[in-house]
Ligand binder design. Structure first.
Ligand code: GLA
Length: 582
């Protein structure tokens, strides 16, 4: 039996548009005939009612380029997508609306979803196979059964897609676990399963629920992602190729998750909560989404690519093109970032006053930093200062002096005293990714549970926001003053020919890096990721601006360009994947 779809995941939102044609060509060269992408709601509607469908968000163009590359497409519009993407793709502004209940048949939430679907689905609908295009399948929600049991909601999403003109086959997708499938399948929609191993059992489980559905693995997890502070995950190529072969031998369709992972640029990375029920310690996801996929972060074929190509060739009726030769990378070098600017000398984007500390979402801040300030009346002894619900990391200053650095899922309290009449308490909070999976979805940022000194809540705050997405307004050239808080550093990267490169910040601690104003993402000396991918389209011949915002301090502000990536010390995992117990 010939499998129906040989598909691979490639998210347009994790690759720069200039590189879409190359990555799509690499999928074809691996032996695939279909590309699968989610749609990222928070990319398309960054502010309520403001829709973006051009540039990096031009999914229509991505689908057309896929067609040009000889690829059909599976589209997974969510609205929830998981994907290690901030908030599972749900816009953070949704969390400011405390009345909206996520991922269920809730009027406020569905109203937002309806507007989003109205805006993005036309680009998909007009490209369906039924209208002469290349879109051959659309997914309903994402692993819904791993989250809830609201059948009415799933039916609403199914009907919302159909009402807007989606008429190609629909699928749900869930891990092959009884309680998950019980919550995830929906009448009138074929089901698919997601797994990393044991395809025979997975398809047998699926058949118990849906004996008539053509078998499909919507996510074959051929690699895995990484969290800050953990080891780098890899999966052995031969092991993954063996499972791929067994999937295809059953006659099932497959979608490789991922064919090419790409990068969580800027502040787009999500996070997990640990433990079997995804309710434990906070685990922010790293910037790279290399995923140990067959096509690596810069688009180069790996050993897994060649192993998969051999397997796919047995099932692919069409001729498989050779992969293009990869161009060279930037030469190794160093850049001094001598110019400095204190973050707290930059005018904040917004200042608000409130009796309790407002969340980032209430302040209209997607990600970045917020300086919360209050007066603590004294005198008082050294009691513990508690940042309840801290999300995610805070520098605490008493009268301008650093008193503690606190962290979610770490220490969130520190002893603080006010010997005199009163003191100024400032708490600079940095957000990391929003949880994208499980019961922790809807992860608000800031001082979410308020601030207590011993048992006493501290009231009366001002909050100043410092976004990190756009740094074009930074007032460089100010005379540097001594002071507190994070520091921007700036230097010039001289480039001959624009090429891919890898940015390393060996002496630095934690922060954000930008090339010519584009935020590459977060870095952290905790690892495992040690280098940030710098894609060639960001560079120009000659002088390029390199900016780093260092949160904790650097002795020698030197950045390195390296010729190879360093994603950290790895460990092979035969099957690191969702632990969903029966
Ligand atoms: C699930 C989700 C995906 C992704 C993978 C892990 O299968 O559906 O979006 O989060 O897990 O990478």
């Amino acid at each position: 039996m010939r499998p129906v779809l040989l598909s691979g995941a490639l998210h347009y939102f994790r690759v720069l548009p200039e590189q879409w044609p190359h990555r799509l060509a690499m999928l074809r060269a691996m032996g695939l005939d279909t590309v699968e992408t989610y749609l990222a709601w928070n990319l398309h509607e960054p502010e309520r009612g403001r829709f973006v469908l051009g540039g990096r968000a031009d999914v229509g163009r991505f689908l057309d380029l896929a067609a040009d590359a000889g690829l059909d497409a599976i589209v997974r519009p969510g609205p929830y997508i998981c994907a290690e993407w901030d908030n599972g793709g749900l816009p953070s502004w949704l969390l400011a609306d405390r009345s909206a209940r996520l991922r269920c048949h809730d009027r406020a939430y569905l109203g937002h979803v309806a507007r989003y679907f109205d805006a993005v689905l036309p680009a998909v609908v007009e490209r369906q196979r039924t209208r002469g295009g290349n879109v051959v399948m659309v997914q309903v929600e994402n692993e819904y059964g791993a989250y809830g049991t609201d059948r009415r909601y799933l039916e609403w999403v199914r009907d919302a897609l159909r009402e807007r003109g989606v008429d190609v086959p629909l699928r749900t997708s869930d891990p092959p676990t009884d309680y998950v499938l019980a919550g995830g399948v929906v009448p009138g929609v074929a089901a698919a399963v997601n797994f990393g191993h044991d395809p025979e059992t997975a398809f047998a489980t699926l058949a118990r629920y849906r004996p008539d559905d053509p078998p499909m693995c919507m996510e074959f997890w051929d690699g895995w992602f990484d969290h800050w502070g953990e080891r780098h995950s890899t999966r052995d190529a031969a092991d993954a190729a063996n499972v791929l072969e067994r999937i295809l031998a059953t006659g099932a369709s497959v979608n490789l998750y991922m064919a090419h992972g790409g990068t969580n640029f800027g502040t787009t990375a999500g996070a997990n909560l640990g433990g079997d029920e995804s309710t434990g310690a906070y685990q922010p996801t790293v910037t790279s989404y290399d995923y140990n996929a067959p096509i690596d972060e810069r688009g180069a074929p790996t050993a897994k690519f060649h192993a998969f190509r051999e397997v796919l060739a047995k099932y692919q009726a069409r001729a498989i093109p050779e992969p293009e030769a990869m161009p060279p990378v930037l030469p190794a070098g160093t850049v001094r970032l001598d110019e400095t600017l204190r973050l707290l000398d930059v005018p904040p984007a917004k200042v608000a006053e409130a009796v309790v500390p407002p969340t980032f979402e209430e302040l209209g801040l997607h990600h970045g930093l917020v300086l919360y300030r209050t007066r603590v009346p004294g005198p008082r002894g050294a009691h513990d200062l508690h940042l309840d619900g801290l999300a995610d990391r805070a520098h605490v200053y008493i009268d301008g002096a650093l008193a503690a650095v606190l962290e979610r899922s770490g220490e969130t309290s520190a002893p603080v005293g006010v010997p005199g009449g009163s003191a100024t308490l400032e708490i600079l909070v940095e957000s990391m990714g929003r949880v994208n999976y499980g019961p922790g979805l809807g992860d608000r940022k800031g001082l979410v549970g308020g601030v207590r000194h011993a048992r006493q809540f501290l009231h009366g705050w001002t909050a100043a926001t410092y976004p990190v997405d756009d740094i074009s307004h930074l007032p460089w050239g100010r005379r540097d003053r001594a002071g507190r808080g994070p520091v921007f550093h700036r230097g010039v990267l001289d480039v001959g020919e624009p090429r891919d490169g890898y940015l390393a910040l060996p002496d630095w601690t934690k922060g954000y890096a930008w090339v010519n104003g584009f935020c590459l993402g977060r870095y952290w000396d905790r690892g495992p990721q040690r280098t940030l991918y710098v894609p060639w389209p960001l560079l120009r011949r000659g002088a390029n601006e390199l900016v780093v915002l260092e949160l904790d301090g650097v002795a020698d502000p030197v950045a390195e360009i390296r010729t190879t990536p360093d994603l950290g010390a790895h460990r092979f995992r035969r099957t690191r994947c969702r632990t969903v117990r029966s």
